[in-house]
Design a binder for this molecule. Structure first.
Ligand SMILES: Cc1ncc(COP(=O)(O)O)c(C=O)c1O
Length: 454
């Protein structure tokens, strides 16, 4: 079947989602509340979910490999997490104080046990907010106002980082000196100049760019595993650590995807690297909104108010301009932190077996694709991987990734949707502890069926 025929079948099988998308489009731009949620011809609208499975508006059951783009590592509606939410509210009588509470420092200590680089932390309400605060913190600490990011890497939706996430390589310049390209309307030329684009896994090229711009660049932010799945080489990671240290540039490791998913100690444990600043999100909120920025005490202390509060009329404590202002109505949400703690406790026992099952799934996928004469790579560590259809021996950079066969991958993904596997076409695969051996065996059968269709 062609992709067009598959999409036609998809559309005819999902009239309920199509109708909901139509009515949503009257009141919501594009009918979706986050641009990532769209895929053609219209996305599936979901109604309920349980464990590894999710159910759409037309009553179809799917094995879920999106898992809300990562947070749901315990699957949907894990009993202990729901009970923890109930327990918190019944024991404490509320879900929010708007005042400090003991859970904030207790959870910070817990995170520090796994991520020793988090000497001090602040809570945010999303990964986006965490990286935004990380960049402003780097500006405040160094007195420099440019940020360097890598081609292809995603850190959320705001001007400094909406540059060269999925650029057209024909317009993106030389691989060693990539040109920054806008990924959104609303970014001025002036702002574009403040984001420097680096090539991933090319230490020589990065050394040249950073050295030439060291007096202007405050920090380098990176996904230690690009797209969550394509790892930095160990040499690249240790090289960038010593280079940034030498040049007086802060190293910001964005572990929003990798934290507690590639292993309990995240990518920094995997590489044995201590970044200056780290961002976390997704898994630590158990499916509710959360983010964390943490790192070196001397940097994080910039946020201590020292008696100053810009929202306290007439208060003239320390000069506000010397403090790193950070606030938020929901920061350190007590119920979410309690649920996050419960998630980490469960993962302590269940992450390793999940990683073994993920390895088994990857191994079997290689076998299935090979039986159809197709070579794939399945980059990714821990409970997350991608399927890259390619003859290349390895993928190190965005440019390598762009050489993969996305047309065949998407065709397969539509065929998978028609066979009960939910993933956004082209997206990485996330697994949960609810993805047991029988779920994985069902998945493998669905792949065989999808192959037959295409
Ligand atoms: C590496 C990385 N950083 C930041 C973000 C933004 O996080 P959020 O969607 O919670 O705002 C994401 C989201 O996918 C991410 O993958």
């Amino acid at each position: 079947m062609t992709e067009k025929e598959l999409m036609k079948e998809y559309a005819s099988k999902n009239p309920g989602s199509r109708a909901l998308w139509g009515s949503a489009s009257d009141v919501i731009p594009g009918g979706i509340t986050a641009n990532v949620k769209f895929f053609a011809p219209f996305p599936l609208f979901m109604e309920k979910a349980h464990g590894a499975c999710i159910y759409d508006a037309d009553g179809h059951e799917y094995i879920d490999y999106v898992l809300s783009y990562g947070p749901l590592i315990l699957g949907h509606g894990r009993r202990e997490i729901i009970c923890e939410m109930d327990r918190y509210i019944s024991e404490h009588g509320t879900m929010l104080y708007g005042a400090p509470h003991a859970g904030e420092s207790a959870f910070a200590q817990l995170l520090k046990r796994y991520y020793p680089s988090l000497e001090e932390i602040r809570y945010t309400n999303s990964g986006t907010e965490a990286t935004l605060l990380a960049i402003r913190t780097a500006f405040a600490f160094t007195g420099k106002y440019k940020i360097a990011k890598f081609e292809g890497h995603y850190h959320g939706g705001y001007n400094e980082v909406l540059v060269s996430i999925n650029p057209d390589v024909r317009k993106a310049g030389d691989a060693r000196t990539p040109v920054g390209l806008r990924e959104s309307a609303g970014i001025s030329d002036e702002q574009m100049k403040n984001t420097v684009i680096l090539p991933f896994n090319d230490l020589d090229a990065v050394t040249e760019i950073l050295t030439a711009n060291k007096d202007e660049i405050a920090g380098v932010i990176l996904e230690p595993m690009f797209g969550g799945t394509i790892p930095a080489t160990k040499e690249f990671m240790s090289g960038i650590r010593s280079l940034t240290e030498k040049l007086g540039i802060l190293l910001i490791m964005d572990e929003v995807k990798t934290g507690f998913r590639v292993g309990m100690t995240g990518a920094q444990g995997y590489y044995g690297i201590r970044p200056d600043l780290t961002t976390l999100g997704k898994i630590i909120g158990a499916g509710l909104p959360v983010g964390v920025l943490g790192g070196r005490r001397d940097i994080m202390e910039l946020a201590a108010p020292n008696g100053s509060d810009i929202l306290d009329a007439g208060n003239r404590g320390a000069s506000a301009a010397e403090i790193l202002y950070h606030s938020g109505t929901y920061n350190g949400h007590p119920m979410i932190l309690a649920m996050g703690k419960k998630t980490i406790d469960i993962l302590e026992d269940e992450l390793e077996p999940l990683i073994s099952r993920t390895e088994y799934l990857k191994k079997e996928l290689h076998r299935i694709f090979a039986s159809h004469g197709v070579k794939i790579l399945t980059p990714g560590a821990g409970a997350m991987f991608n399927i890259c259809i390619t003859e290349q021996e390895e993928i190190l950079t965005y440019r390598d990734l762009m050489k993969c066969d996305f047309d065949l991958r998407k065709k397969l993904d539509y065929a998978l949707l028609l066979n009960g596997i939910y993933n956004k076409p082209g997206n990485r695969f996330n697994l949960s502890t609810a993805h047991d051996r029988s779920i994985i065996d069902h998945t493998l059968e669905a792949f065989e069926k999808a192959w037959k269709r295409i």
